[in-house]
Write a protein that binds this ligand. Structure first.
Ligand SMILES: *[C@@H]1O[C@H](CO)[C@@H](O)[C@H](O)[C@H]1NC(C)=O
Length: 269
């Protein structure tokens, strides 16, 4: 069964921060908070092997400098896979940085950063990860901002053998997050709070060594299973190019100083 989940009470556990994780409206709304003593976080009870994960977030408002809110998929262990959204806070009126990364078999170093085209603290916006055997697509309000293709044929490991959980957290990273650690968290504004709602997992649940979506052929897929073979169509690709041209502020693929041996294979066109 490919589950569509949607209840914070049923689908998640607190990872740290105790009662700083608050579930409201019968499981429809969750908030994380951060104070001087601790941040907070949660993770999914289920492990997934491929899926489309959607979550709506409203980020810490006002002076959020030094805080980091995360939403990511991760497996465990030294050769883990990971697909990251990290929202780096900023001073009041200054824009958040959306930091993304992809780890496969323990190796990351694939950062791309974006400035959003809206204020992510005013309203809820939808952040999604589409993860199938062909590609990983990061979406903001259904607009692709980043694509990581499966090019294992060219020797680039792709996350496809390890099941992952969904994680989220709000924590203090004022040693690096805002202008390399220059701007510190203003604890007089604590507790800082971020809000989560409308969680949706159109995903294959992994349990006791097998995936619940195995064995379905592509043409037997129902509309809600379409993510399993989805990539970007022409419109999606056009929007991706718009975001990458106008809103990307850092791309590891262009950071040649980091790769004296030559740019990573997945960066080559
Ligand atoms: C904070 O705002 C400044 C000024 O606009 C910007 O240079 C910086 O990239 C922003 N983000 C972070 C995380 O510091």
């Amino acid at each position: 069964m490919c589950a569509i989940a949607g209840n914070f009470k049923q689908d998640f556990d607190t990872t740290f921060g105790d009662n700083r994780v608050k579930i409201m409206n019968g499981g429809q709304l969750l908030s994380l908070s951060l104070d001087k003593f601790s941040g907070s976080g949660f993770k999914s009870k289920n492990e997934y092997l491929f899926g489309r994960i959607d979550m709506q977030l409203k980020l810490v408002a006002g002076n959020s400098a030094g805080t980091v809110t995360t939403l990511y998929l991760s497996s465990e262990g030294p050769t883990h896979d990971e697909i990251d959204f990290e929202f780096l806070g900023n001073l009041t009126g200054d824009p958040y940085t959306l930091h993304t990364n992809v780890f496969s078999q323990g190796k990351g170093n694939r950062e791309q950063q974006f400035k959003l085209w809206f204020d992510p603290t005013r309203n809820f916006h939808t952040y999604s990860i589409l993860w199938n055997s062909l590609n990983i697509i990061f979406l903001v309000d259904n607009i692709a901002i980043r694509e990581f293709k499966n090019i294992e044929s060219k020797g680039v490991p792709f996350p496809k053998d390890q099941s992952m959980r969904i994680y989220s957290s709000l924590w203090n990273a004022d040693d690096w997050a805002t202008r390399g650690g220059l701007v510190k968290t203003d604890w007089s504004k604590a507790p800082f709070r971020a809000f989560f709602r409308n969680f949706n997992a159109n995903a294959c649940i992994w349990s006791s060594g097998s995936s619940s979506c195995n064995g379905k052929s592509a043409n037997a897929l129902s509309p809600e299973d379409a993510w399993q073979t989805q990539g970007l169509d022409a419109t999606g690709r056009k929007k991706l190019r718009w975001v990458q041209k106008n809103h990307m502020v850092y791309n590891y693929c262009s950071d040649l100083n980091r790769f004296p041996q030559g740019i990573p294979v997945e960066c080559k066109r």
